[in-house]
Design a protein around this ligand. Structure first.
Ligand code: AMP
Ligand code: ZN
Length: 111
């Protein structure tokens, strides 16, 4: 828990953010500023500033294995997943999160 981290506060239920998924290791919630008709974030309950702070396979597994379960629950089969690592990559919240977006066409490469 990092006391000034907004995503730690969300995971800790200190804010009234509605979860679309929760298990013992991760939570998922809709992005405040959706970039697609479906846009949610999956975060570990434990604080890691970025992907670079994750050293265990288990942590990656906990985060990524939740995604197909949530997709099935939401009835989406095709989606874009994005993890921004570092400022130049577009990271603005320094608690690792996976963006999952669906419901429109996506271009490649991402801008
Ligand atoms: P990134 O730029 O990859 O670090 O993504 C951070 C994302 O968090 C952005 O898409 C924001 O819209 C989203 N975000 C920031 N604060 C909140 C919040 N309180 N609830 C939901 N999403 C948030
Ligand atoms: Zn945090």
């Amino acid at each position: 828990m990092s006391s000034d981290c907004i995503f730690c506060k969300i995971a800790n239920k200190e804010l009234n953010t509605e979860f679309i998924y929760e298990d013992d290791k991760v939570v998922a919630f809709n992005d405040l500023s959706p970039q697609a008709p479906v846009h949610f974030l999956v975060i570990p309950k434990k604080h890691y500033s970025s992907m670079n702070d994750i050293t265990s396979k288990e942590a990656f597994g906990d985060i990524f294995s939740a995604i197909p379960k949530i997709a099935e629950k939401l009835g989406i089969k095709e989606y874009r997943t994005v993890v921004n690592t570092g400022v130049s990559a577009g990271q603005t919240v320094f608690h690792i999160h996976v963006h999952v977006m669906s419901g429109r066409e996506f271009t490649w490469p991402a801008g």
